[in-house]
Design a binder for this molecule. Structure first.
Ligand code: GDP
Length: 362
């Protein structure tokens, strides 16, 4: 490396993969997200902000302390995982980026006792169509009769703590799920038998209640991202930000705000934005970028604190004038040093894509 090279190098960096959770109602999507969040808070260093707007960032060092021996942080250069807080396929299909799914990777939650259900099949269909890599979390393993739980334990240790009868009962349920996946055209296996996660779907036994298998789940997600999605995670971190509106919300003291998942570049507090609107793209200026204030600091003050800038991937609340017509799922683009008309055209093109998809679904 010469000095000239270093000078010419742009600010390319690897962003956090965005993770969505899908599955049939009551199979444990919310519980699993809560468990992951809870473990991340316990393992995270004091003061480490993991809560974003609409999303939870679990940094690599936290994943590595949850996963213990399963993860050597030196094997990874992706910064962690960003989980979208609203599970379910409505949010998955609404949240899009440049014609694809906003989520880079997904967890399909299946209750081991209940097996495949209508919404499991719907979710699989959506994952197939959007070509989103996913793994299956075979959830509620703690409900197998006779289960002997070891809180937050990796799966192999948990298996060793079961009687033969209990573990073969779990295996039966797991193989039924693997069979169902195969019926739907997915070659699947228990995750520790999978060599190539691009060709085979890994099934991870977990319990959102006891935390068993959660170390494995995070390890597999991290490994899959690192191995197969690293190139897609390369972004120009300081470039003009690009994101998707999660939700449009009235916020006391700030007016209409948009909760946004940023998947490329940076948004700054003095940026001009183009946001997808119900009738036409909205051109506006950021008034404030807001993040949740750490719990300890909440008194009578606002729940939010202002930040000067934020880089992908992250969840951020944007306050700006004229956001009343903004729509969930619509694109958000920073203008900065780009041509405004060009950015408007990009947003219009993305809105047209969304309209076509909505028509197809309806
Ligand atoms: P969602 O509709 O997919 O988000 O499902 P929830 O997370 O709301 O879970 C549905 C119910 O299943 C709740 O009563 C949870 O407490 C329960 N549940 C979720 N995961 C587990 C698990 O791993 N073990 C047990 N025993 N119960 C669970």
């Amino acid at each position: 490396d010469t000095d000239t090279d270093a000078g010419a190098r742009n600010s390319t960096s690897l962003r956090t993969p965005i993770v969505a959770v899908l599955g049939h109602v009551d199979h444990g999507k919310t519980s699993l997200l809560d468990k992951i969040r809870g473990s991340a808070v316990i393992e995270g260093e004091a003061g480490a902000i993991t809560q974003h707007i609409g999303a939870t960032a679990v940094p690599l060092d936290v994943i590595s302390s949850i996963a213990g021996d399963l993860v050597d942080p030196d094997d990874f250069d992706l910064p962690g995982l960003l989980f979208i807080d609203t599970p379910g396929h409505h949010s998955f299909t609404t949240l899009r980026s440049r014609g694809g799914a906003l989520a880079d990777i997904a967890i399909l939650v299946v209750d081991v006792n209940d097996g495949f259900q209508p919404q499991t099949l719907e979710a699989l269909d959506i994952l197939k169509r959007s070509e989103t890599p996913f793994i299956v979390a075979a959830n509620k393993i703690d409900t197998v009769p006779g289960w002997n739980a070891t809180e937050d334990s990796p799966i192999n240790a948990t298996y060793e703590a079961q009687t033969d009868r209990v573990s073969s009962r779990l295996d039966e349920s797991l193989y039924e799920i693997i069979g169902n996946l195969s019926d739907e055209g997915f070659s699947a296996d228990l995750y520790w038998r999978v060599q190539n996660f691009q060709r085979n779907v890994g099934v991870v036994p977990v319990s959102a209640m006891t935390g068993e298998g959660v170390p494995d789940l995070l390890t597999v997600m991290m490994g899959l991202s690192q191995r197969y999605m690293k190139e897609e995670m390369e972004i120009d971190v300081t470039g003009p930000g690009v994101g998707t509106v999660l939700e449009v919300k009235e916020e006391k003291g700030f007016g209409t705000t948009i909760d946004t998942v940023l998947y490329d570049g940076t948004i700054r507090a003095d940026d001009q934005l183009v946001v997808g609107g119900m009738n036409e793209p909205i051109v506006t200026d950021v008034r404030a970028l807001l993040q949740p204030r750490p719990l300890a600091e909440i008194r009578t003050e606002s729940r939010f604190e202002k930040v000067d800038e934020i880089s992908a991937a992250s969840g951020i609340k944007i306050a700006a004038p004229e956001l009343e017509d903004a729509m969930a799922g619509a694109p958000v683009r920073v203008v900065r040093n780009r041509d405004l008309d060009e950015v408007i055209q990009e947003v219009e093109a993305e809105l047209a894509d969304i309209a076509v998809d909505t028509a197809e679904e309806g």
